[in-house]
Design a binder for this molecule. Structure first.
Ligand code: NAP
Length: 531
């Protein structure tokens, strides 16, 4: 089925600037050898916008309980959560258990706002403090699973066991082996009757930490520095606040993201979240590290999960999961953008990759010819596309549409043949391309990931071969100036950056996601700042 029209506004309430739309706290873990270092980190936590700090006593060397706790709790400018994590629950403390629990009791006595005690010892511990606390402290009873995320039923039972201890706040931290594991954490948060902290740890659990604000987690953890984390997968406070607009996330916030694997390098979250914020759009855009597109879409099928960009290696799988596909995406065999239609929840696929790239190549050619003709300057040109994946198909179809003579070269020759036959072009191997020189003034478009970060010294075509091209485009945009583009420039060719393709298709996607005109200047600025 094809699309009858190209909508789409998932549009929504506008968010007033600076509004805080959730009560989820940002807790900064404090891990240092000494109390002085800890206090320094606590002050920094306040500066960067944390709401409370988790003082990890198990990291302290030479811990003097009364003196150190008094100092930290009294000096802290933020509310304190005191945790003394034993090695048997993933922490650093491997001493006497009685002393450890005494430390926590002391923290209560000295005025800590929260303490965290592990489920395994919680019943006994809570019994031991019953009637002896001022009542201001909140007891978090926690369970950590470093292997996996259990079934919804098992998690439900776990919550019930934690609640039965008399916990003020339930904390469940599991390990996400797949991004769909986060959905079970969201389910726990959505159904819990008591304040609950739910987190899926590790890279595939990142969305659980950010969407904690949408699903009502009591708190989420944000580190002071990237990589200096108390549990795998923690984002920084700065990223939570500035990149993901954490305070503006509400229960009705619409979820968008870029689906790929790997996805850590993607600039798209910077771009769309800034753009959403600038127009007050009630949406968030996440990096989505997806192993199976089908499982992801089946799991996150609620009306609030509304729009996705697709990147390597999921553009073709994405197409297979659409309910409706626009004709260009159908012809290309890959999508770059998917929208859930608000009216009926149907998933609609588009390919907007080629729009930006072809427009940028045409601009480059026009500028070099000094022409402003209405016809495409690509018409009649020999247009060599390296790569036959999603971007390769988009460029090859785009070139064909503009009347170019298309040549496709690809590592897997079969794929080059298949694509070339679809666009009425010629196929060749990468080795053949090295000596391909039927005429001067050819146009080259690299659509492989060869030369992309971190492998920036790689290039898909030798410098010698590049001298035969008048214009070279590289779809890669990290780095902006790839080795291919640098050598093409040195060989006298006009170069067109992948960022141009990215920017143009970002304008289109933004408009599809929001139903609003794209803030073009802002999008350009964010991209410049992040490349
Ligand atoms: P894809 O569908 O997975 O296709 C990857 C292509 O790269 C295939 O042709 C593959 O050849 C080739 N390739 C991968 N590793 C190679 C190697 N070591 N040597 C030779 N060829 C290799 O990916 P895609 O979505 O088309 O994306 C490809 C590139 O375009 C990425 O760098 C991506 O970031 C970029 N891109 C940029 C934009 C933008 O807006 N600027 C948009 C989309 C994509 P085989 O067929 O032999 O595997």
């Amino acid at each position: 089925m094809t699309l009858s029209s190209v909508p789409l506004a998932t549009s929504d309430i506008q968010i007033p600037e600076g509004a805080r739309r959730n009560s989820t706290l940002i807790c900064v873990p404090i891990m240092a050898d000494s109390v002085d270092q800890m206090l320094g980190q606590i002050r920094k936590a306040k500066e960067v916008g944390g709401d409370l700090v988790e003082i990890r006593l198990d990291y302290l060397k030479n811990f003097s309980p009364r003196q150190d706790l008094q100092f930290l709790v009294k000096q802290s400018p933020l509310p304190t959560l005191v945790t003394y994590r034993p090695t048997w629950e993933g922490g650093q403390y491997d001493g006497d258990e009685g002393k450890r629990l005494d430390g926590l009791r002391l923290a209560i006595e000295l005025g800590a706002d929260y303490i965290d005690v592990e489920l395994q010892v919680a019943p006994e511990f809570i019994n031991s403090i019953r009637g002896k606390t001022s009542g201001n402290v909140k007891i978090i009873v926690s369970s950590h699973n470093y292997q996996n995320t259990p079934s919804a039923e098992e998690l439900g039972n776990l919550v019930a066991r934690i609640q039965a201890t008399g916990a003020d706040i339930v904390k469940i931290a599991t390990t996400a082996l797949d991004i769909t594991d986060c959905a079970r954490i969201f389910q726990v948060l959505a159904h819990s009757q008591v304040p609950t902290i739910g987190i899926a740890m590790a890279e595939r659990g990142l969305i659980s930490r950010i969407l904690s604000a949408k699903f009502g987690s009591y708190l989420t953890f944000g580190s002071l520095e990237a990589g200096v984390v108390s549990a795998p997968g923690q984002p920084t406070v700065k990223d939570l606040l500035d990149l993901y607009n954490f305070r503006q996330i509400g229960p009705d916030t619409k979820v968008h993201g870029v689906i790929g694997k790997p996805i850590g390098h993607s600039k798209s979250p910077h771009l769309y979240n800034s753009a959403f914020k600038s127009v007050g759009f009630n949406g968030i855009y996440l990096p989505l590290l997806v192993d199976s597109v089908k499982n992801f879409l089946t799991t996150y099928s609620s009306p609030d999960f509304v729009g996705y960009s697709y990147t390597i290696p999921h553009k073709e799988d994405g197409l297979r999961c659409c309910d409706e596909i626009d004709p260009i995406a159908q012809a290309i065999g890959a999508i770059s953008c998917m929208i859930r239609r608000p009216a009926d929840g149907k998933l609609m696929g588009y390919n907007v990759d080629y729009l930006g790239a072809i427009a940028a190549i045409e601009e480059g050619l026009r500028a070099s010819n000094g022409t402003t003709s209405v016809g495409s300057p690509l018409a009649g040109k020999l247009f060599v596309v390296i790569g036959a994946g999603g971007a390769g198909k988009a460029l090859a179809y785009g070139g064909k549409e503009k009347g170019a003579r298309v040549v496709v070269a690809n590592r897997t020759f079969e794929k080059a043949k298949e694509l070339a036959s679809k666009v009425g072009g010629e196929a060749m191997t990468l080795a053949e391309l090295e000596n391909f020189h039927p005429e001067d003034g050819m146009i080259l478009a690299n659509t492989t990931s060869v030369g992309m970060k971190p492998n920036i010294d790689n290039t898909p075509l030798s410098k010698k071969a590049l001298s035969r091209y008048s214009l070279v485009f590289d779809a890669i945009y990290t780095p902006k100036l790839t080795r291919l583009l640098r050598e093409a420039q040195e060989s006298g060719a006009i170069i067109v950056y992948g960022t141009e393709m990215f920017i143009n298709q970002a304008f289109v996607q933004f408009e599809r996601f929001t139903g609003l005109p794209a803030p073009k200047e802002l999008i350009r600025e964010v991209l410049v700042r992040n490349t």
